[in-house]
Design a protein around this ligand. Structure first.
Ligand SMILES: [Fe+2]
Ligand SMILES: [Fe+2]
Length: 324
């Protein structure tokens, strides 16, 4: 039960579309089940770079046979207000005047090989159903006004006056979403998505001050603790992260548009982020400091003497003056 066609990938290779569909669902242990969502532009995902294959709505399961994986997002990523893939169908739908299919999937947590503030990427999943718009409203009640306005515009053939109202609700929802990850909410989590968000923010600030390219920061932020087995003592988690990146080399390189040199620096930064104070590479040092500057979440004030960059040292001194 296959459904393949070809498309151009950014390496300019002709690659076969990787999605393969199955008539029977995969077996997933109840404790490993995670609900994820994605959307299709009626027939297929509107993103040319990933999985732009026709979705088989008769199938019960889907698998990616390439390094690209299958994309989706979780309720948590929507809650954090950073998930473009939740907002895009509404804005794209209005701008391009199409209706979309919101899909509910179920994935085994062990098959997720990348997660960040916007999405999860996995090898395979069970297809549960296409959600109706009332179901969507019930799952994401904070965006109900936006969904209602979109439905009205869609059912009125996207006439201008309904489009305007829907655009306004969409903008309001986006603004509201942007303030969801407030500082005191974030403190609950030690190594999850919000730690990644803060490491990315710290790292980008450091790179800007140092005047260096920050492309390695985002993948570092979301990969360096990805392979942790617990939130406490886990000395090997940096090495495991580096190995994980190596295993998914093509995906990471493509997804984050990195050069081979940047890939090496990323793996080096992940491997050594717990026990090396500073390295010979400024971007790696920026990664180290971005992570260390988030130590106040566990009640530790970073020591300025153990920061890897001058800017990181200054930030740590400021945190010390504030008493952590
Ligand atoms: Fe770590
Ligand atoms: Fe970390």
């Amino acid at each position: 039960m296959q459904n393949r066609f070809e498309y151009d990938d950014p390496y300019n290779n002709r690659v076969e579309n990787p999605l393969e569909f199955f008539a029977e669902p995969f077996e997933i242990k109840p404790e490993n089940r995670l609900t994820v969502y994605r959307y299709n532009n009626d027939q297929h995902t509107p993103f040319v770079h990933v999985n732009q294959s026709k979705w088989n709505y008769e199938a019960k399961a889907v698998r990616s046979n390439s390094h690209l994986g299958v994309y989706g997002f979780t309720n948590e990523q929507v809650r954090l207000g950073r998930c473009d893939y939740f907002f895009n169908p509404f804005s794209d739908g209005l701008n391009c005047r199409f209706s979309f299919q919101f899909l509910q999937l179920e994935v085994d947590k062990n098959n997720i090989f990348h997660t960040d503030d916007m999405e999860v990427v996995f090898t395979e999943a069970n297809f549960i159903k296409v959600l109706t718009l009332p179901e969507l409203k019930a799952i994401f009640p904070q965006y109900e006004a936006m969904i209602v306005a979109y439905c009205i515009a869609a059912s009125n053939n996207f006439q201008d006056q309904f489009m305007d109202k829907a655009h306004r609700e969409y903008e309001a929802a986006r603004r509201m979403a942007g303030i969801v990850p407030s500082m005191h909410n974030e403190n609950n989590e030690i190594h999850g998505i919000t730690h990644g968000i803060r490491v990315e923010r710290n790292g980008n600030a450091i790179c800007q001050m140092l005047g260096i390219d920050s492309r390695v920061i985002r993948p570092f932020a979301y990969f360096h603790d990805f392979c942790r087995e617990n939130d406490g003592h886990d000395p090997e988690h940096g090495l495991r992260a580096a190995k994980h990146i190596e295993k998914h080399y093509d995906f990471v390189k493509y997804h984050f548009s990195l050069s081979d040199t940047e890939m090496k620096l990323l793996m080096f930064a992940c491997e050594n982020h717990t026990d090396m104070i500073r390295s010979d590479f400024e971007i790696v040092n920026a990664c180290f400091d971005a992570d260390r500057l988030d130590l106040p979440r566990v009640g530790t004030t970073p020591d300025p003497n153990y920061m890897a960059t001058t800017i990181g040292g200054l930030y740590a001194m400021a945190l010390q003056r504030q008493g952590g």
